[in-house]
Design a protein around this ligand. Structure first.
Ligand code: Z5A
Length: 210
């Protein structure tokens, strides 16, 4: 039996992260690995879900400061790491997380322009609790991703940002992804069937070697 893993799915909006989480869970189930928890960030604990609402919703009376956004994201992440992820990993459960530290590097560091040295300090706190075994990055063209996200529902507070914001997010994703040792990059511009096939084939290969 394989040792349980902490898997992170990353990418721009509409890249298919939520879909990919389900694909991986289903693949593991078919391979007799049934103790699998999918979590989303920010979110997945009662406090983190409250924080998610503050981060996603537009407050017309008061603008959310970029540093408040950053610290809220890390408050949500610490709650999730300490209360769900760490205990589940200890019990031998697998974790699939829809976003993690790399999202903050890309959105708050790249998009909002917050100094990476501050984000690095916060990431070190998170990594001391537990570090992902694998990051799967769904590489989607901005236009395709945003179109999919918009078709699914109206844009939230972050999705309403400018094209330039998302270009910076993508740039930082790719830059910092290059420092990740354990990663899989998927071309997420293709149709669902092709993307699913590629995810399974690359993930299967990774699992067989880890
Ligand atoms: N955020 C941040 O700034 N910093 C952080 O540290 C963290 C988060 C952790 C979370 O929003 C927001 O928080 C996010 C970044 C910020 N905001 N923005 N912008 P969210 O969780 O609500 O949304 P999201 O993470 O951006 O994901 P999403 O928009 O829900 O998309 P997705 O999960 O990547 O894709 P999906 O739900 O699987 O698919 C979207 C639609 O496309 C759906 O109808 C699918 O059926 C369809 N789809 C999926 N794949 C395909 C393919 N291959 N072809 C065609 N259609 C497809």
């Amino acid at each position: 039996m394989k040792k349980n893993k902490f898997i992170v799915i990353e990418g721009l909006e509409g890249s298919g992260k939520t879909t990919a989480c389900k694909i991986i869970k289903n693949f593991l189930f078919l391979n007799n690995i049934k103790k699998v928890i999918i979590v989303r960030q920010p979110g997945s604990t009662s406090i983190s879900e409250k924080i998610r609402k503050i981060i996603k919703n537009n407050n017309k009376k008061e603008k959310l400061n970029k540093f408040s956004e950053l610290f809220l994201l890390y408050s949500a992440r610490i709650q999730l790491m300490k209360n769900i992820i760490k205990p589940a990993l200890k019990k031998g459960k697998w974790i699939i997380s829809d976003r993690h530290n790399l999202s903050s590097i890309a959105y708050q560091g790249g998009g909002r322009g917050i100094d990476q040295s501050l984000i690095k300090i916060l990431n070190n706190i998170i990594n001391k609790i537990s570090k992902p075994d694998l990051t799967i990055f769904l590489d989607v063209k901005l236009k395709i991703g945003l179109k999919r996200a918009f078709l699914r529902s109206n844009f939230d507070r972050i999705e309403q940002q400018s094209k330039n914001f998302f270009l910076k997010v993508k740039k930082y994703y790719l830059k910092f992804l290059s420092f990740e040792k354990n990663k899989i990059i998927i071309n997420a511009n293709n149709n669902k069937k092709i993307v699913q096939k590629n995810i399974i084939s690359k993930f299967k290969n990774w699992i067989n070697n880890n």
